[in-house]
Design a protein around this ligand. Structure first.
Ligand code: NAD
Ligand code: DAU
Length: 365
């Protein structure tokens, strides 16, 4: 049975990825999910997976900075592939407290690379060369490229220019991953992706925050003038891209992944208001007290060092691997709104912090 080690699988994209791999990805092997369960890790994201794929899904609670733990995991499970999602992921948090970002994103990636290299070099291949099928896939961000002017898109060859502690820590980890390929030959791939949205998104990020605040009649905070542009991608499309890269991508290569969906933040928030109006008309929502959803939009102080525009040129992955986004923004947003409405238990547990108790109840941790 083939084994994939997923780091950060209890987070937003990691949990969607595990669901994708077992489902549409058609994977028949085992997934080992290593996650520290920070505030962003929520095992409730995977409750259905745990039930459905008993024996093929294993959760290990732990820190990617822990060499001893990592060695034990590689020895025990002998993964053929690593899908590395674990990270501190929120830009605002990196501005107020960069330490965890440096530790997890840089030192943690280093620990994982070093352990993977030892495992690969000492694997049972007679001439001690790595099995060609081994893959270390590093999940990264378009933010490493910095900010764009009015025109142009990020290509894989765009020089790095990270501008927040988050993006600087991700850029640093990308460089380490490439260095392990160049120096040791470790068969790595990297994806640099734009903004994701979809189910299981933690409500500190713009899309879920706006959906949940709007439903409760709370302000929808828009930073600065709201004219910053992001390129939005439905999370399942991102998972499909990563799965293609792990299976068919060329070792040592970087692939940009994006949604072909540049939107100003204010238009994203207005889009959320429209999607909500269709699902739960404001006149039926008592929390709104007669207001419309859009009346809740509130301009607030801008994020420090806020990047103005991101846009992704994904022609390389399209040409080489045949991947392109399948979900359009309006449809993806409607599905996302429906998911939050259909999962009030998940929402309540996240909003009240009870998901931490859910984890201790079910895992004794
Ligand atoms: P998330 O914050 O939702 O999840 C991160 C997960 O990593 C959590 O489960 C957390 O418990 C775990 N984790 C954190 N520190 C850890 C550590 N030291 N050891 C083990 N586990 C740890 O993040 P996300 O939005 O799912 O992002 C996943 C990855 O994708 C990140 O590497 C991020 O940089 C990248 N990315 C995210 C986006 C996006 O729009 N969210 C876009 C492009 C790239
Ligand atoms: O571009 C990829 C990145 O997208 C990932 O690498 C990050 O992990 C992920 O968090 C995301 O970063 P952003 O900073 O772009 O996401 P966020 O949802 O925090 O913000 C999206 C945009 O909306 C950004 O321009 C800031 C703005 N914003 C955000 C929040 C939380 C608001 O205007 N109001 C808000 O309340």
């Amino acid at each position: 049975m083939k084994t994939i080690l997923v780091t950060g699988g209890a987070g937003f994209i990691g949990s969607n990825f595990i669901r994708y791999v077992f489902g549409k990805g058609g994977f028949r092997g085992r997934v080992v999910n290593l996650d520290k369960l920070t505030y962003a890790g929520n095992l409730e994201n995977l409750a259905d997976i745990e039930r459905k794929y008993k024996g093929r899904y294993t959760f290990v609670k732990g820190d990617i900075c822990d060499f001893k733990l990592l060695n034990g995991i590689f020895k025990k499970y002998k993964p053929e592939a690593v899908a590395h999602f674990a990270a501190e992921s929120h830009v605002d948090r990196s501005i107020f407290g960069p330490k965890d970002f440096v530790e997890t994103n840089i030192q943690g990636t280093f620990a994982l690379l070093e352990t993977a290299r030892n495992f690969w070099q000492n694997s049972s291949i007679p001439d001690s060369r790595f099995p060609t099928s081994f893959r270390f896939h590093h999940v990264s961000t378009d933010e490493v490229y910095g900010s764009l002017g009015k025109t142009g898109k990020f290509k894989e060859t765009t020089p790095y220019d990270p501008r927040s502690p988050y993006s600087a820590s991700k850029a640093s980890s990308d460089h380490l991953v490439r260095a392990y390929h160049h120096t040791y030959g470790l068969p790595v791939t990297i994806s640099n992706c734009s903004n994701n949205y979809g189910p299981y998104h933690f409500p500190e990020k713009l899309v879920p925050l706006a959906i949940l605040n709007a439903l409760e009649g709370k302000p929808l905070p828009v930073y600065g003038d709201g004219l910053q542009v992001r390129d939005w991608l439905y999370v399942e499309d991102h998972c499909a891209a990563i799965w293609e890269i792990i299976n068919k991508g060329r070792a040592g290569e970087t692939y940009n992944v994006g949604g072909n969906c540049e939107m100003k933040n204010i238009d994203v928030v207005k889009g959320i208001c429209s999607a909500l109006e269709r699902a739960v008309p404001a006149r039926h929502n008592k929390a709104l007290n007669g207001k419309n959803y859009a009346d809740l939009i509130t301009y607030v102080k801008d994020r420090a060092g806020h990047d103005r525009r991101y846009a992704i040129d994904f022609s390389k992955i399209k040409k080489e691997l045949g991947w392109q986004p399948a979900v359009r923004f309006a449809g993806g947003l409607a599905k996302t709104v429906d998911w939050y409405l259909a999962n009030p238990g998940w929402v309540k547990n996240v909003k009240t912090g009870a998901y931490r108790k859910w984890i201790s109840r079910n895992y004794g941790k």
